[in-house]
Design a protein around this ligand. Structure first.
Ligand code: ADP
Ligand code: MG
Length: 139
């Protein structure tokens, strides 16, 4: 388990960018309250992979995908904030996405689908300490 403290959104992006260099594929479960910095983290992570598209929270569509340059891989960005029932997961094709171990899948509000996550899932919890300070735990 590693813990990091960041003091600005830019620092959180920088941390995510550096973590992205060590993660080639798999599922990353992001947890933390609204406004903790989950989307900010995804922005930094995507930038680290060379993705130039703007990363906005897929709150209404629940899932967005971005090509990762020079890899042939895809980054899936999922936001389950508005997920109401587990049957929506099937409609979204989420189970299929989760089994795609070639790609990178970042999931905001991942605690909603804890039961579907494999043991290999990288867990990132962001805790808001003050207005600008965050405690980021990777396990
Ligand atoms: P979430 O997706 O968890 O709801 P967002 O990433 O959308 O959160 O929003 C985080 C908010 O907190 C942004 O307005 C960002 O500028 C602000 N912020 C302040 N300090 C930090 C920090 N250290 N890390 C991440 N975000 C921060
Ligand atoms: Mg968000």
């Amino acid at each position: 388990m590693e813990k990091y403290e960041t003091n600005s959104d830019e620092e959180t992006r920088r941390l995510a960018k550096s973590l992205s260099k060590n993660i080639q594929s798999g599922v990353i479960a992001l947890t933390g309250d609204l406004g903790a910095g989950k989307t900010t983290f995804v922005q930094g992570f995507a930038a680290g992979l060379g993705i130039k598209e703007k990363i906005i929270s897929p709150t209404f569509v629940l899932i967005r995908q971005h090509d990762i340059p020079k890899t042939g891989k895809t980054l899936f960005h999922i936001d389950l904030y508005r997920l109401e029932n587990i049957s929506d997961i099937k409609n979204l094709g989420l189970e299929e996405v989760l089994s795609e171990n070639q790609n990178i899948v970042l999931i905001e509000w991942a605690e909603k689908i804890n039961d579907l996550l494999s043991k290999n899932t990288i867990k990132i919890h962001i805790e808001k300490l003050t207005e600008d300070k965050r405690l980021i735990t990777v396990s």
